[in-house]
Design a protein around this ligand. Sequence first.
Ligand code: CUA
Length: 373
Amino acid sequence: MRSRTGRPRRLLLVVAAAALVVLAGCGTAKNNGQNALQPKGPAAQKINNLFVPIAIIAIVIGILVLGATVWFAIRFRYRAGKNDNPKQVHGNTRLEIGWTIAPALLLAVIAVPSVSAIFELAQNPGPQALQVTVVGKQWWWQFEYPDAKVVTADELVIPAGRDVHLSLKACEDQVCNVIHSFWVPELAGTRDVVPGQTNELTIKADNPGTYLGQCKEYCGLSHANMRFRVIAKTPAEFQDWIRGQQQGPANPLLQDGKPAGDAQRLIVNTFECTNCHSLEDSSVPSYGPNLTHLASRDYFASANLPLNRTNLVDWIMNAPGILPMQTEQTKCRPAPQTGCVGMPSFTENVPAGQPKMTRAQAEQIADFLLEQK
Ligand code: CUA
């Protein structure tokens, strides 16, 4: 005969196994660099301080309510041969007042620190903060330093220990004016990036390091790949970085108005990279990422690829083969304003009359770009 306890025990095992799998997702042994529960700056710390006690309260209440539901369901379940109806009652005033007031009080208590944190986090950090304008594009981030007159992409370099006041905007072009959301989980909460509007967010990294960011609002094909890195440097290193970015390009693109060499000729004339990218002025925003100092970055391609020769050559030849992008060639070239989103492929589906790029040509362009420190 089967033991009476066999079924509940098996059920318990299944529940325990499921709980283990779910809880494994909370493991902090391996830091993925995007863990909001491991704050590395004051804004993220404030949010975490609020989140943890409220989560504990919610978990305790959740367990009590679910536990009671299950217990009542088992305790008062239908049993064969025992069909007596329970005692019929109509309401219980004391109970009902109790379970209305208790949650209302709890919500009121939680609201006090929540609302005050919202206002504290929205405070303008003041004039000592570094100002950066962030522009969400499809599918990459542009960072403009208006005081230093520096424009870069994919990597937001900031001084550690100092407030950084971000003005967040979205691409205004008709082909790319979609909503994004800016999020560096270890440094701050999220902020939507909305066309026609400037939103603000203050971030600060306590220590030098690299903090991973991600677009958090679905914005099209490569939303999941719309990453960026926040690189916090010491104040001295940051000043060095700014000075480096303010320099002209290591190798000039043009000489007397004409391409200064073979690689430059490929870039300007053959493949018209300059339609979208700025390569000789790091102070101007461009339709595609400003590449004047590309080689000073560790990552490129929306911070998806480490910057090295192999990755860069593959990217130059066929970027949409690496990250999905809308690149209908007829729309894409030669005028990007007419409907191109993302980088075109120079090796696949090249429209008639346009040159197809060889690997040797891509290597020549890559070698030029890798010298632009
Ligand atoms: Cu940008 Cu999602």
